[in-house]
Design a protein around this ligand. Structure first.
Ligand SMILES: O=P(O)(O)OC[C@H]1O[C@H](OP(=O)(O)OP(=O)(O)O)[C@H](O)[C@@H]1O
Length: 191
């Protein structure tokens, strides 16, 4: 257990680190991205009574931004599958919570913060299809520009393209922290 002083010191260190980080996407640009994504989803999914699933934890903020802008009846829940678990490189996918809504015969919209290599969303999409989902749609707030993506996975509602750096903010974490930051940030190059 950390003492109150240690927690304060850690908080100060994180604040100092943030001061050296680069802001890659402004909070306003992210708001515009959520609004655009919601508009596209409204056009495509109205009348289909989809099950909307936030992919926790990162998808919590994106879903919180997008879902209130959706103007048609839907059901909302979440699932938690993680393969980074606080680290800055991905490992094996671990399921921590499966959706509590019956997916058989339903159209499902997955909302996540980032499509990086795509392993998480590919596995979650497969799980939903195995559970009988009629169709799985994917919306992401950000998409990383690189050639390491799993084949055959693309967002139906793609967010803003970000460079191939470890990023955080808008739901994404740096060792568990900074998910609450508005805008997309990156560590200083080389750190
Ligand atoms: O495209 P990929 O390379 O698979 O990475 C993207 C996934 O990684 C992050 O989740 P993470 O495993 O960090 O779990 P968390 O959301 O609980 O932080 C993020 O929220 C995506 O779900």
């Amino acid at each position: 257990m950390q003492t109150r002083d240690q927690l304060r010191q850690q908080s100060d260190q994180l604040q100092a680190l943030l001061g050296r980080c680069d802001l890659l996407v402004s909070p306003d640009e992210m708001q515009a991205t959520y609004a655009r994504l919601a508009e596209e989803i409204n056009r495509q999914l109205a009348g289909r009574l989809p099950v909307v699933l936030a992919v926790m934890n990162g998808g919590l903020v994106s879903a919180g931004q997008i879902v209130p802008r959706l103007t048609f009846p839907l059901e909302l829940s979440y699932l938690h599958a993680t393969r980074y678990r606080g680290a800055t490189t991905g490992g094996a996918l671990k399921w921590l919570a499966q959706p509590d809504i019956e997916l058989a015969g339903r159209e499902v919209l997955l909302i996540d913060d980032i499509l990086d290599e795509g392993h998480t969303l590919a596995a979650v999409r497969e799980w939903c299809l195995d559970a009988g989902a009629e169709r799985v749609w994917i919306a992401v707030a950000t998409e990383k520009a690189h050639e390491r993506k799993v084949p055959d996975l693309a967002a139906d509602f793609p967010g803003i393209v970000v460079p191939d750096r470890y990023i955080f903010g808008e739901g994404m974490d740096y060792h568990g922290y900074f998910r609450n930051l508005p805008g997309i940030h990156a560590l200083p190059e080389g750190e």
